[in-house]
Design a protein around this ligand. Structure first.
Ligand code: TXA
Ligand code: MG
Length: 337
């Protein structure tokens, strides 16, 4: 299939493709999404084919106005209303009891649906012009890092989708925060641009799913199906090094330099004598979030075999950076002595 690259002025063309049951990659403020009409089962099935995604991993439905929520869910808890008021449009996804209208293909047979109202103006325009709601996972091939630039999307999905809407580089750079409001207590399933601290400021204490920071044990069921897959996997072996600035530099510089690269902070760069890929300043988690997926792709483009990564602090958006990096590392962490 030939993939059209469209710009903002072609939003109506992209919306028509959605109405006709096609696949359109849309920019969002988090990462690019691979979208289709959420109510068209065949189109939704094609999303899974284009990405090579397992059918048991449910999709997020993207809405263009708050009222769209009513069609998707069977119940709107008080706390969901508070969170929507505080953080929508924006990088927050809420898991809620689904309505009968939502096809099983979208929810992967669960009785809940994940909903998000993105703040990227082009995503909002596309959803509103299409006259429906758009189911969209991240627009990468399954297993590779989520795309935050047009070039990433083209590399993964050219020839596999009908159109790609160019929205420049994504502001947040990591996927949305996912919180479930379908159980007894609100539960964080995936950290993202809206932080735990911000959410708790609105609805009080929430539970953090253990899979956010730790590997699931053998036989343990993932609250969010996406958590069970080794995600965001670059080809290089990524190892997180826990320790001081000094210990990190010394360890990396003494490694076999023909194979090794460093996923570091700006402050480390000039002291390293191996190829380096900086996440950003040490104390700027937002910059690290924005750069992480580009860094992981660059590590592979450079043919690095082993990438030694700094261990991000888990405060604020740092928790999301840590969550993605620890998965890219397949949970491999070395504590430097
Ligand atoms: O920022 C984002 O969320 C991006 C953009 C495109 O909106 N989308 C995204 O989608 O990251 P995806 O499919 O790559 O990740 C969605 C995550 C998966 O881990 C999935 O398992 C989980 O949300 N999820 C979806 N529906 C769910 C449900 N009903 N219950 C629990 N988890 C669900
Ligand atoms: Mg994804």
């Amino acid at each position: 299939m030939e993939t059209k690259i469209l710009s903002e002025k072609d939003a109506a063309v992209a919306a028509q493709i959605i109405r006709d049951g096609g696949l359109v990659v849309m920019p969002t403020e988090t990462v690019y999404g691979l979208g289709a009409d959420a109510f068209n089962k065949r189109a939704v099935a094609n999303i899974f084919k284009a990405k090579g995604r397992p059918m048991d991993n449910p999709l997020i439905v993207h809405i263009g106005k708050i009222e769209d929520l009513k069609r998707l869910v069977s119940e709107i808890p008080e706390k969901a209303i508070s969170l929507a008021k505080a953080f929508w449009p924006g990088p927050l996804t809420m898991v809620l009891p689904k309505s009968d209208d939502v096809p099983d293909e979208v929810s992967a047979g669960l009785d809940t649906v994940a909903v998000r109202y993105p703040s990227h103006p082009l995503a909002e325009t596309l959803i509103l012009l299409s006259g429906t709601q758009i189911a969209a996972p991240s627009a990468n091939l399954s297993g590779s890092p989520s795309p935050t630039e047009l070039g990433h999307v083209i590399k993964d999905l050219n020839g596999r989708v009908d159109a790609i809407l160019d929205g420049g580089s994504c502001e947040v750079g990591l996927e949305s925060t996912v919180i479930s409001l379908a159980g007894d207590k609100p539960r964080l399933l995936r950290p993202g641009g809206v932080t735990v601290e911000e959410i708790e400021g609105v609805i009080g204490k929430i539970e953090i799913d253990p899979a956010v920071t730790d590997k699931l044990k053998e036989g343990e069921r993932a609250a969010s199906p996406g958590m069970k897959y080794k995600h965001y996997a670059p080809k290089a072996r990524v190892i997180i090094l826990k320790g001081s600035d000094e210990q990190y530099i010394r360890y990396v510089n003494s490694a076999d330099q023909s194979k090794v690269g460093a996923i570091c902070y700006d402050e480390d760069a000039e002291r390293l004598n191996v190829p380096f890929f900086s996440l950003g300043p040490k104390n700027d988690a937002a910059a690290q979030a924005k750069n992480l997926f580009s860094v992981l792709r660059s590590v592979d483009d450079a043919g690095i075999e082993i990438a030694y990564a700094r261990c991000p602090s888990i405060n604020g958006v740092g928790l999301a950076v840590y969550n993605r990096l620890i998965r890219a590392a397949g949970f491999e962490v070395t504590r430097l002595a």
